[in-house]
Design a protein around this ligand. Structure first.
Ligand code: NAG
Ligand code: NAG
Ligand code: NAG
Ligand code: NAG
Length: 228
């Protein structure tokens, strides 16, 4: 019988579906959030040096994402970023946009920003983009910090930015988000400690992939129907 014979192998659409997921941020260990992975990598690096673990602060993470959103167009190549938002932006723009409760805004004790042309996994971004010289290593290992937040964003056709913010505030008393951050309207990118999944900024590439995949599924289906 011809009934079971297909022109297109059944597994191709499946393969395509998997392929969609691979280059995106979905494969990350912690609920698809590479910002959380980077926080873990930072803490592993610190504890290996017998330094205190840093508390993951969603408020700081959200502000780190706000920071890198301003860096678009300022990736000067070789992971360097020419991006210095005015200091006042922290209290006047980033914190209000994130819904950080004003009295809980703490001191930023350090920051590291890096960019690259494409997305790479957090461990590679850590070693090759963010902490690749003595200066950033000393920021990472500064004993003043007690908490950390990571934000990342990719713009259409790259580049890809990462930002790490450190603070010396108390665990539950600094950079506290109103309604636990539920009011944040995160359009792109992601940040550590977020209650939302990442929005990779690969949206159009993803959409294209989906269209291809579903066209393929549709053609396979038609083939099946015609052959019966
Ligand atoms: C981006 O680069 C431009 C040109 O060098 C500079 O004027 C601007 O301040 C930079 N943006 C930020 C957020 O630092
Ligand atoms: C650690 O960070 C604090 C606050 O930003 C700074 O004053 C201090 O100089 C830093 N220490 C080192 C060793 O870099
Ligand atoms: C910590 O990070 C630095 C910079 O990437 C690296 O040279 C060092 O080997 C790391 N240490 C550990 C214990 O992973
Ligand atoms: C912070 O708040 C969480 C949840 O409300 C609680 O479980 C935790 O013990 C608190 N940590 C500190 C250091 O107060």
């Amino acid at each position: 019988m011809m009934k079971k014979k297909l022109c297109f192998p059944d597994w191709i659409p499946l393969l395509l579906l998997c392929h969609l997921q691979l280059p995106t941020l979905v494969c990350s260990k912690h609920h698809g959030n590479p910002a959380n992975d980077l926080v873990e990598i930072i803490n592993q690096n610190r504890t290996a040096q017998k330094l205190e673990r840093l508390n993951d602060s969603p408020g700081l993470g959200c502000m780190a994402l706000q920071y890198v959103e301003l860096c678009k167009g300022n990736c000067s190549g070789n992971s360097a970023v020419n991006c210095k938002p005015p200091t006042d932006d922290f209290t006047e723009v980033f914190a209000p946009n994130c819904g950080v409760e004003l009295p809980t805004i703490g001191t930023i004790t350090g920051h590291i920003v890096g960019c690259q042309l494409k997305y790479t996994e957090p461990s590679l971004a850590f070693a090759n983009v963010l902490v690749k010289d003595k200066k950033s290593l000393s920021v990472l290992r500064n004993k003043s910090h007690s908490e950390v937040g990571v934000g990342l964003i990719g713009f259409h056709k790259g580049p890809f930015f990462w930002c790490v913010l450190f603070s010396n505030g108390g665990t539950n008393s600094s950079f506290v988000l109103e309604d636990r951050g539920e009011g944040i309207k995160q359009k792109k990118g992601c940040y550590s400690g977020s209650a939302f999944p990442c929005n990779a900024g690969h949206r159009s590439a993803m959409l294209f992939n989906y269209i291809i995949t579903f066209s393929y599924l549709f053609i396979s289906l038609l083939n099946q129907i015609w052959l019966t």
